[in-house]
Design a protein around this ligand. Structure first.
Ligand code: ADP
Length: 389
């Protein structure tokens, strides 16, 4: 008779137990879910921190970096690469040919299908202006050796190539400049030995020509030495305060007879009280080169004016001549080594083609600038500045 009551009590107890377990289980599930969410959040944070660190690292590289996936699509391009190639964002997801339109790079990517690593592959991009790159490329593999994309590292070689070209050009120019007077000297010596020496009149004329070419060789070698000293920074300027009018007077004195040959008047219009901290010998060379050019290339029977003024804590000097002047197209290159507007005329005048390059270097060593104002048939004025103190 108690059974029904016992059964009812048991049922109530079981029900209560079930409810309490259900509650506990729900609480445990909720706890787990919360922990899982926290774990997910911290995992996301770790991933995003690692991503940010990786991006900072890649973007701080000087070399351009490109990561491709297995399908050859760009996964990542660092900032250096975007700058080197002038591409912004948009290249992720593209293939190399779509992004760069360069067959050498495409060829490199194809080679990675059979090779694991390709080192020091040189490419040239010339769409806008010629740029050179050295590319190292390698396959990325997982721990089982399975392909997992590829990586390309780009070094910009443009500056190095430009320097190499300048050096080669310089050596070629020097060899050419040396060869011309040397072959003339050899020719005249051979003619003398072949019998011309027995005719005193002819012999003297030939010897004078040989002397002229020997002088040219000497000037050329002196100018080359000066240029190489200036460019290697070996020259230490001995700067002292000097009166510019006096210096110009001295150079005019040295060039007077050359000017007289072409009936050119040299006018020193530099104010008497103007003084500057200069290396006297070097500045004398600057003025000598500019005034000598004005005499050589200026109008015969014309005037060459040497002037100066001070202002803005610097001194500006100029050498102005009349005559044919220099075409505007030549202005940008006139201070380059061996650049000549009229090659034949320069050589005939015994010019080395290095005078204005020396002028530019010396003026820059004095902290100044040099420039040219000239129009065809309006003469030419070479200006340069010097720091006042
Ligand atoms: P160079 O030894 O040939 O005179 P420079 O470097 O002194 O070499 O001058 C380079 C070229 O610039 C000259 O060959 C000449 O063609 C041109 N040039 C220089 N100065 C003048 C000038 N005052 N008027 C016209 N042309 C000039």
């Amino acid at each position: 008779m108690f059974w029904p009551i016992i059964a009812a009590l048991l049922a109530v107890a079981i029900f209560a137990l079930h409810r309490s377990w259900k509650k506990k289980i729900r609480a445990a599930v909720e706890r787990n879910e919360k922990e899982l969410a926290q774990l997910r959040e911290s995992h996301r944070e770790i991933l995003s921190n690692a991503g940010a660190q990786q991006k900072t690292l890649f973007d701080s590289m000087v070399e351009g970096l490109l990561l491709l996936d297995n399908a050859g699509r760009i996964q990542l391009a660092n900032r250096a690469l975007e700058n080197l190639f002038g591409v912004k964002n948009g290249i992720c997801g593209k293939t190399i040919i779509e992004a760069f339109r360069n067959h050498q790079l495409t060829e490199l990517a194809h080679r990675l299908e059979t090779e694991r690593q390709i080192l020091e592959f040189e490419i040239q991009l010339s769409e806008i202006r010629s740029r050179w790159f050295q590319v190292n490329a390698a396959l990325i593999t997982d721990e089982n050796g399975k392909r997992n994309g590829s990586v390309f590292v780009f070094h910009d070689l443009t500056r190095l190539k430009q320097l190499e070209n300048t050096r080669q050009e310089f050596v070629a120019n020097v060899s050419h400049e040396l060869r011309t007077p040397l072959s003339m000297i050899k020719g005249y010596v051979e003619t003398l030995l072949d019998g011309a020496k027995d005719n005193p009149e002819v012999a003297e004329k030939f010897l004078q020509t040989i002397e002229k070419h020997t002088d040219r060789l000497t000037f050329l070698i002196e100018d080359l030495l000066t240029i190489s000293q200036l460019e290697s920074g070996q020259i230490i300027l001995n700067r002292e305060l000097h009166e510019l009018h006096l210096l110009v007077e001295k150079v005019i004195g040295d060039l007077k007879s050359r000017a007289a040959e072409r009936k050119i008047y040299l006018a020193n219009e530099v104010p008497g009280d103007l003084r500057a901290h200069i290396d006297l010998d070097r500045l004398e060379q600057v003025l000598w080169n500019l005034i000598d050019n004005a005499v050589k290339y200026g109008r015969a029977e014309g005037t060459v004016i040497i002037g100066a003024r001070s202002g803005d804590s610097k001194i500006e000097m100029w050498v102005k001549n009349e005559g044919a002047g220099i075409p505007v197209a030549a202005h940008a290159r006139i201070f380059e080594r061996f650049y000549r507007v009229d090659k034949a005329r320069s050589r005939e005048q015994g010019g080395t083609g290095l005078g204005l390059a020396i002028v530019k270097h010396v003026v820059q060593c004095h902290g100044g600038q040099v420039w040219l104002e000239s129009e065809l048939n309006q003469g030419a004025t070479f200006h340069f500045t010097l720091a006042e103190t």
